[in-house]
Write a protein that binds this ligand. Structure first.
Ligand SMILES: C[S@@+](CC[C@H](N)C(=O)[O-])C[C@H]1O[C@@H](n2cnc3c(N)ncnc32)[C@H](O)[C@@H]1O
Length: 713
């Protein structure tokens, strides 16, 4: 390559701009893999932001005239000046990378964000539904998923337990847009555009997943399966990947002269020590008489949480605060220690040689066990208490137990004892199902997974008269999530190609089956289908017009579907007709005891936004980071601080003591924000806050806390 390097050097001398450009291309080529997947990164992606004001310095595209169904000018322009003439705003534009300049009415422009530009995301609340008491809320965000994922790196880095995505399959049938244009079947760069699009998002997804214990599921069909498989291998080199073949269409899609397609695929990407949760069916076929009763979760945490009475400090005596001892080396159960004397800290406790104590601690707080030491010993003897998987970092194991209701179900024959684990814990199954705990197989063939019957037709019950192309079968998503989050009652599940919201709906069903408090974050944009787009353009509408946006997927389908699922009512207030089938059968009109909050992503302007407004825009992100439950702090209070259910914010450092006391009092507060640009003062306030509460610093210019650039992978 030295000849090439020399030529580049010469080119740089003659024409520095051309030489630099050549050098960059050469570097990209030279840096490519010898093996594996090679593709153009097509940088940069750009997203049109209808509705965002056109401002000086911003990038824009010129829209086609109203009523036209033309694609319009695809070039990017920079706004150099905006002026008002006779009440109308006019923008002076210069073409990016060229000297062409024109003046255009601002109303004929759409703002554009290139992925390499810094963005300052905000969230505007757009409603919700709250029937779930103190459960954490499911959230739906209307926005470009690349930017929402960026924002989630602030709120959920390493915290997500499962991601389920059903991205556009790139079939060539106008099923997805790259840079706001449908990618046609004859586009030479169709596959590499898709790969570039997916890679950018998978890299961010990886930052959100818990590296020690989580799973990514991506559904796909045969068009991109193999390329996606390689991309995943390259993006998640440490993961273990399995492919599931899933029959979704009994009749099949005929391919002239070829085989009839009846299936699609799910790639399961297992990270860290996560393992697939077994269930009463391996999903390989319909079970006897299509009946698959669920074996509900029977093991629950033995730590009491959730109220003041659950805290050690609530009690004068400490009968409920004692250590469960495990062998420090093997992690095996050893014994149950004596209660710790009042006033003594677990730190001062001297465990018997070779053992490690497990205390009833949660989020760094001293809680209590649900029962006395004597009962704990009995439960371990009887196999109705057990130790869960060892945490690779702390070496500790969670203590779980069977509730009295479960024991009653054993007595009345609903559950049978299938056997005991090596450590002596009971293994239960449903009576009549000899082998109630099987891992899922790698081929799924179940009636309940058929997309037309349990995707489109089911969706029509919740949203009569509204169309959405190819929703997944609710039960197929439920089964997939059960494999990866069935044993995680507090799992955080993310779907950033949420479409009609099937994933959130499936999470709610899982919660109902086992009393879980899982939460689902659904992200989807507000595009309309290709046919609808043509129709709307003809009527003179454009993206950004309220009539157009009201028909977008997120506003017209995703949010109303989730609301209808929770309330059991259609958007016109009718009870949803029909029953859930298969695993847990009940009338759809019963709804779910769940909460959901809806937001739209905004792109803020660092200079053109007031202090209070900037806070309002980031406020939902602060609440999301604190677990999305309870009250949201939405404005800057006069008192200089506010403490809600799970988090607090200190705005005025002179009020640090009052804030500290309020944080201390709030028994579910897990996060304390402190707004300051001053390092030293931040440290000193942090020291005054109770142990076990995560202290997070916020810059006074709120948007700066959430500034992201779209660096390439
Ligand atoms: C195949 S659908 C998902 C369907 C979903 N699994 C269901 O059951 O309804 C993919 C969805 O992702 C959305 N989408 C595509 N590209 C996106 C992007 N860049 N940002 C956000 N959403 C996007 C589309 O609007 C579409 O609704």
């Amino acid at each position: 390559m030295s000849r090439l390097t020399e030529l580049i050097r010469q080119a740089k001398e003659k024409d520095p701009a051309l030489g630099t450009e050549l050098e960059r291309e050469y570097r990209t080529l030279a840096g490519r893999r010898a093996f594996g997947l090679n593709f153009e990164r097509h940088r940069p992606e750009a997203v049109e932001l209808p509705g965002r004001p056109v401002r000086r310095g911003g990038k824009v595209r010129i829209l086609p005239p109203r009523g036209s169904s033309e694609r319009g000018d695809r070039r990017l322009w920079r706004v150099t000046r905006v002026e008002k003439v006779d009440g109308e705003r006019w923008a002076h534009l210069s073409l990016l990378g060229d000297d062409e300049a024109i003046v255009v009415p601002a109303a004929d422009l759409v703002a554009v964000a290139e992925f390499r530009d810094p963005i300052y995301p905000g969230l505007v609340p757009t409603g919700g539904v709250h029937l779930g008491g103190d459960k954490p809320a499911h959230t739906v965000v209307n926005g470009e998923n690349f930017h929402v994922l960026k924002a989630l790196t602030y709120t959920h880095r390493g915290k997500v337990d499962a991601i389920y995505i059903d991205p556009p399959y790139n079939t060539g049938a106008r099923d997805w847009k790259y840079n706001n244009d449908y990618v046609e079947g004859d586009d030479l760069y169709r596959h590499s555009k898709w790969l570039a699009f997916m890679e950018r998002r998978l890299v961010l997804a990886k930052e959100l997943l818990n590296p020690d214990n989580s799973v990514l599921i991506v559904t796909i069909d045969e068009v991109e399966l193999h390329r996606l498989g390689l991309l995943i291998e390259q993006t998640f080199p440490a993961a273990s990947v399995q492919l599931v073949t899933s029959v979704i269409n009994r009749a099949g899609s005929p391919r002239p002269g070829r085989l009839t397609r009846v299936e699609e695929y799910l790639l399961f990407v297992f990270l860290g020590t996560v393992s697939a949760a077994p269930w009463s069916s391996n999903l390989l076929s319909d079970d006897r008489n299509n009946r698959t009763e669920t074996m509900p979760t029977v093991w629950f945490s033995a730590i009491r949480v959730g109220s003041r009475k659950a805290l050690r400090s609530y009690y004068a005596d400490t009968a409920l605060f004692y250590p469960v001892l495990i062998d420090s080396e093997t992690g095996a159960f050893h014994s149950v220690g004596q209660p710790l004397a009042p006033g003594k800290s677990p730190v001062d406790y001297k465990p018997p040689a070779g053992t490690t104590p497990i205390w009833p601690m949660s989020n760094g707080r001293e809680q209590t066990w649900r029962f006395s030491r004597e009962k704990m010993i009995e439960a371990f003897d009887a196999g109705t208490a057990r130790l869960g998987r060892r945490d690779p970092e702390t070496g500790l194991r969670p203590v779980t137990y069977m509730r009295p209701g479960t024991l009653a179900s054993i007595s009345d024959g609903t559950f049978v004892v299938l056997g005991r684990t090596e450590e002596g814990a009971m293994e239960l199954g449903l009576a009549g199902e000899e082998s109630a705990t099987k891992p899922a197989a790698t081929v799924w063939n179940r009636t309940s997974h058929y997309a037309r019957d349990h995707g489109s037709k089911l969706l029509a019950k919740f949203l009569p008269g509204r169309d959405f192309p190819f929703p997944k079968s609710l039960y197929a998503v439920e089964d997939a999530l059960r494999v990866v989050a069935g044993d995680k009652l507090n799992a955080i599940v993310l779907d950033f190609f949420a479409g009609s919201g099937t994933t959130a709906h499936a999470v709610m069903r899982l919660n109902k089956q086992d009393g879980g408090r899982r939460q689902c974050i659904s992200v989807t944009n507000n595009e309309v289908s290709s046919d609808e787009q043509r129709r709307l353009r003809k009527t003179g509408l454009r993206p950004g017009d309220p009539e157009w946006e009201a028909l977008g997927i997120c506003d017209h389908i995703t949010k109303p579907r989730i609301e209808a699922a929770v309330t059991g009512r259609t958007p016109t207030g009718e009870p949803v007709k029909g029953d859930y089938k298969f695993t847990d059968e009940f009338p759809m009109a019963e709804g779910f005891e769940e909460n959901a909050d809806f937001f739209t992503l905004t792109y803020e302007n660092l200079v053109a936004i007031g202090h209070n407004r900037a806070f309002e825009r980031v406020a939902p992100l602060l609440w999301l980071r604190a677990g999305a439950s309870g009250r949201r702090i939405t404005t800057i209070p006069r008192t200089g601080w506010d403490v809600a259910d799970t988090y607090g914010i200190l705005f005025d450092l002179d009020e640090a003591s009052a804030y500290g006391r309020a944080v201390e009092k709030g028994d579910q507060v897990r996060l304390a924000y402190v707004v300051t640009d001053d390092d030293r003062r931040f440290q000193s306030v942090g020291r005054q806050l109770p142990d076990g509460v995560e202290v997070v610093r916020l810059y006074e210019s709120y948007l700066l806390n959430f500034s992201f650039t779209g660096a390439e992978p």
